[in-house]
Write a protein of this length. Structure first.
Length: 390
């Protein structure tokens, strides 16, 4: 391929990761409570805050949750919920307040509830993040073992079934946590002596705990790629993408279930999948995934860059498309004030290599081929929409 795909190599964007978690319900049945009317009012406020979050009324959710914390400062679920809401709100210095809230929750309830450790780990770095993640993993593992023991000895089928459902959800969270630690060893802790060994070990744990999970398979592919085990990485990422990307080939495979875009991995996860696919030479599959991304959101600079880079790699037949997509990435980057210097430098480098292609007008924008650019972009988006329909 010539060179690695450029872009930020640090850990996945923390605010994005944490905002995604707000889709999960935060239990309002935990933490120290007072009795009587105060307790009931706090329950009501937290319920109202949760309903506001579901309707994306974030400021209202923050107001209700702050009231709950003021009434019961040691209510762990309220502290945790307020932290998540503040991350959704964003703003300067919000991270410090959230870290304070989560650390207080940890002090109040250190041995119960894994989510606060996982949230906190996403906001910290290096060894501090690792310790949070490992504690969260420990709590999840212990809870799963306890639930399994209940299932083994409980004679009531309905109770056992309910526990099984809860265990399944927790098991997925555990697999995700294993992946998070593996990623940490590829980024913040990559210079540690045992980084490669530990990363592989946590990838293995994730896959053993959740075989066939696309997130686990993709994390494994990322590790294998970093270890220059390209053939294995190619196989892993193909397995991962085939679990959720509707194509004519895998739709016909026995056992494939097309759950639609709603149940596919997050936008950022699919974007990362494209990077891996390009690096292992799976250009056709990368094209299909990029199509779904542009159909969903065509204002992400990195996706236009990846499309341009992909076309560049596909050879002379695609140089015009490469130039058009790279130019659009550069123009969009200026519009949204993109700060990924390494990626933008690569865009300029590629455009420099392609400057012999006559696609620019006097104003520096796409010239006579502008209509073709629109048609090509429409083709990409239409392909994505068609796969979504499938």
């Amino acid at each position: 391929m010539g060179r690695r795909v450029k872009g930020k190599s640090k850990r996945s964007d923390k605010s994005t990761d944490l905002r995604a978690v707000t889709k999960k319900k935060i239990s309002t049945k935990k933490g120290k409570r007072k009795s009587g009317k105060c307790n009931a009012r706090v329950d009501e406020l937290l319920q109202m805050a949760e309903e506001c979050m579901d309707m994306f009324q974030i400021e209202a959710a923050e107001k209700y949750c702050r009231q709950a914390v003021e009434m019961e400062p040691e209510r762990v679920d309220a502290l945790e919920m307020l932290g998540v809401i503040l991350l959704e709100c964003g703003g300067e210095g919000v991270g410090d307040e959230v870290i304070g809230l989560l650390r207080r929750a940890v002090e109040l309830q250190p041995e119960d509830g894994h989510s606060k450790y996982m949230y906190l780990g996403q906001l910290l770095e290096g060894g501090d993040a690792l310790q949070c993640f490992l504690k969260g993993i420990e709590i999840m593992e212990m809870k799963i073992e306890k639930q399994k023991s209940v299932m083994d000895r409980d004679d009531v089928a309905a109770v056992a079934k309910a526990v099984d459902v809860e265990t399944s959800g927790l098991s997925l969270d555990l697999s995700s946590a294993y992946c998070t630690v593996a990623e940490l060893y590829l980024t913040d802790l990559c210079h540690e002596a045992e980084a490669e060994t530990q990363c592989e070990a946590f990838c293995k744990k994730a896959l053993e705990n959740s075989p066939g999970n696309p997130e686990c398979l993709q994390m494994s592919a990322t590790f294998l790629l970093s270890a220059n085990r390209l053939d294995e990485a190619r196989e892993r990422i193909r397995q991962s993408v085939s679990a959720w990307l509707a194509t004519p080939e895998n739709i016909e495979e026995e056992g494939f279930v097309d759950n639609g875009l709603e149940n596919s991995p997050s936008y950022s996860t699919r974007q990362s999948a494209v990077k891996i696919l390009i690096e292992v030479g799976e250009h056709d599959i990368a094209y299909q995934v990029i199509s779904t991304l542009l159909a969903e959101d065509d204002e992400v600079v990195a996706v236009w860059y990846l499309a341009g880079w992909l076309y560049y790699l596909r050879g002379e037949e695609y140089v015009n498309e490469a130039v058009r997509h790279l130019l659009h990435a550069k123009q969009l980057a200026a519009k949204v004030d993109c700060d990924d210097v390494e990626m933008l430098e690569h865009v300029d480098e590629l455009l420099g290599r392609l400057e012999h292609v006559d696609t620019l007008g006097d104003d520096g924008h796409a010239g006579e081929e502008e209509n073709d650019e629109v048609e090509e972009t429409d083709d990409l988006e239409a392909a994505g929409e068609e796969m979504d329909v499938r």
